[in-house]
Design a protein. Structure first.
Length: 214
């Protein structure tokens, strides 16, 4: 994945006072931040916390990579979850009924392991912007899908220098253990159990279908 060098150069150019008849980009870092956030990452760049994985399999199921941000996720069973509204730091713990839907982002969070703001600074502060530099910066982007309550416990910027350090020190110090998403199987399979049911009309043999998530 490569962002055209010209795109970043134009963002930097229009931020200079007096350039191009005084047309300027008011917040060039915000614009570049959004460009980096919109990059579609390969599955190898994703992680998932064990707590998030367990809740997903228990309550929701199916491929978690099909859901993000404000997309609705439907509960498959009755249970309890902690939900967050907007940027509030505290969530509310309560019940959810089978068939009810909530927004993905109200329960789960996609945490950029290396903060995007750090990558933006690396690009904006470079005096020698090359395709190789851009590729190396983009290659640092990785995401951990975790519970929103887990996200609220970790520092946003401090100490986040490398992927390994964030996963093995920052996350682990908060009790967050993660797996590579590529190693997790979300496919559904079905286990059919034979049950005998007696009635006044004789013996009925039926199949009870139970959904199992591997």
């Amino acid at each position: 994945m490569n962002i055209p060098k010209e795109t970043i150069e134009q963002i930097k150019f229009y931020s200079k006072s007096g350039d191009f008849n005084n047309y300027q980009i008011a917040n060039r870092k915000y614009l570049l931040n959004q460009i980096l956030r919109q990059i579609k990452l390969p599955i190898e760049k994703y992680y998932i916390s064990i707590n998030a994985l367990n809740l997903w399999k228990e309550m929701f199921g199916g491929p978690i990579m099909d859901y993000w941000y404000n997309k609705k996720i439907k509960a498959l069973v009755d249970g309890n979850i902690t939900r967050f509204v907007g940027a509030k730091k505290d969530g509310s713990y309560g019940s959810i009924s089978s068939g009810s839907s909530v927004e993905y982002r109200s329960v789960f969070h996609d945490d950029h392991i290396i903060p995007i703001s750090k990558l933006v600074d690396e690009l904006m502060n470079s005096d020698n912007l090359t395709d190789e530099l851009i590729c190396s910066v983009v290659n640092k982007i990785s995401v951990c899908r975790m519970l929103k309550v887990e996200d609220r416990s970790v520092p946003r910027l401090k100490g986040r220098e490398t992927e390994e350090q964030v996963i093995n020190v920052i996350y682990r110090n908060k009790g967050i253990e993660v797996l590579k998403m590529v190693d997790v199987n979300f496919e559904k399979w079905y286990d059919y159990k034979i049950c005998a049911i007696y009635s006044k009309y004789g013996l009925w043999i039926v199949c009870l279908k139970m959904m199992i998530f591997s």
